[in-house]
Design a protein around this ligand. Sequence first.
Ligand SMILES: [Zn+2]
Length: 63
Amino acid sequence: MDLSEFVEGASVQTKKPHACGGDRWRIVRRGADVRIKCLTCGREICLLPDELKKRIRRTEGKA
Ligand SMILES: [Zn+2]
């Protein structure tokens, strides 16, 4: 997986589900860190790109 896949608006699936049980996220903002939003509960979290890369199972491109 390439970091260039983390574009704003892309959907991603994490290896481990969020606390709410959802594993689908949308990339909200891509900068020095990446803000992603849980599509199940709407909560947003910030991760470093390298951390995000480790947590993600796959990206689903821009919806
Ligand atoms: Zn959630």
